[in-house]
Design a protein around this ligand. Structure first.
Ligand code: SOE
Length: 387
């Protein structure tokens, strides 16, 4: 069986999700190329060693430069905070390594274009971590749209709603600092909705948006892991929040469809509502990640007396990836989206093609993010072709 030696930079929330995917892949998809969990990389030796042994990596290194020069490594997985993506990805591409990078690809559109150019110049494979594409119910939505079963698309209504920073005393974590995260809810959550809209509806043509930072200062964080954090010893020490807490925008697509998008971390009660509804000339589909095994469908050609939305459980062997998991009706979860993502990456390397979504998709998402920001700054519609 072929193997790919992986070196991974980052070991927190996404590091755990990716590690789990590498471990699960050979057990559930035994015919795929096997990712070998060779080297894990991070700055804090104590936390790194804990992650290495807990996640099951062979060895660890604190210097990412040494990792990308390691001759035994075939693939560099970058899931450190966003400000680290560009430098590591370009160095790894120049060293001839395949790339797997978390979203958003970079802090700016320009940086993401530099990353794509470096990957293309090096001739390596490149993938961006838009994991929600890999939920079987989202794959079913794609299939229904591609087969024309909901007809011509008129609308997409997408929201990504969370509430983990609702409390004003929640500390100033890296996701709230522009120089590290690039943007707030927009790049962290909106990026997923933008990618799903491109995947399901098509390319964006023009956008106009608005945003707000509701809590402008927060206690400096003493420690942070994933989405949890502890306040500093002196709770009165405050720092500026330099990203958006919420970003809303409207869009027109190249194919004439209209879209509305809302990303916020201030939607009380919504822990991770990544949801969309798409309306076409022959029907509609609805997805909500908090019920990720289900797709709601409505078809205009159903008999009139039974018309209405109905729930399809996307867990049969006929649904994408599901024949590898459990019998019909036995649901899967968040972590499985990453296993499917890694399956696509391994298959692409094996078949000598680019995985999907790749850095081109990362750049196109970044174009929309930046167009929305420009529209907010200049209070006008911005066309994607301007960028
Ligand atoms: C935090 O807001 C977060 O974990 C994002 O960073 C992820 O990309 C998203 O999938 C869930 O929310």
């Amino acid at each position: 069986m072929k193997k790919i030696n992986v070196g991974m930079v980052g070991y927190k929330f996404m590091g755990k999700a990716h590690s789990n995917a590498y471990r699960a892949l050979p057990m559930f998809f035994p015919n795929a190329v096997k990712p070998e969990m060779k080297v894990i990389c991070g700055r804090d030796p104590v936390g790194l060693e804990q992650a290495r042994s807990q996640f099951g990596w062979e060895s660890s290194v604190t210097d990412w430069r040494a990792l990308v020069q390691d001759k035994d490594i075939d693939l560099i997985d970058i899931n450190a905070p966003s400000d680290a993506h560009k430098e590591i990805a370009i160095a790894a591409a120049e060293a001839g390594k395949h790339l797997f990078c978390e979203k958003p690809l970079a802090l700016t559109l320009e940086d993401s274009r530099d990353m794509l150019a470096a990957a293309e110049k090096a001739g390596v494979k490149h993938m961006v971590g838009f994991n929600y594409r890999f939920a079987p119910a989202v794959q079913l939505a794609k299939k229904l749209i591609t087969e024309g079963r909901i007809g011509k698309i008129y609308h997409i209504r997408a929201v990504f709603l969370q509430d983990w920073i609702l409390d004003p005393s929640f500390p100033l974590v890296w996701r709230l600092q522009k120089e590290i995260a690039g943007s707030g809810s927009h790049g962290d959550l909106g990026a997923h909705s933008i990618d799903l809209a491109r995947f399901l509806v098509g390319e964006f043509k023009e956008v106009i948006g608005m945003n707000e930072t509701f809590v402008k200062q927060r206690p400096i964080a003493a420690a942070m892991t994933g989405l949890s954090a502890k306040g500093g010893s002196d709770a009165s020490e405050l720092g500026d929040v330099t990203v958006d807490d919420a970003t809303l925008f409207m869009a027109r697509f190249e194919n004439g469809a209209l879209g509305s998008f809302e990303a916020t971390r201030f939607a009380a009660g919504h822990r991770c509502t990544n949801a969309f509804e798409i309306n076409g000339s022959k029907g509609s589909i609805k997805f909500d990640f908090e019920r990720m095994n289900e797709l709601q469908v409505y078809f205009t050609d159903d008999a009139e007396d039974v018309q209405g939305f109905r729930r399809v459980l996307a867990t049969d062997a006929s649904h994408a990836y599901m024949d590898a998991w459990w019998p019909a009706g036995h649901t899967i979860g968040y972590e499985h989206t990453f296993t499917h993502e890694v399956l696509e990456l391994m298959n692409a390397i094996e078949e000598d093609r680019q995985p999907v979504p790749n850095f081109v998709d990362g750049v196109k998402c970044q174009e929309v993010l930046e167009a929305v920001d420009r529209s907010i700054a200049e209070r006008r519609w911005v066309t994607i072709s301007e960028l």
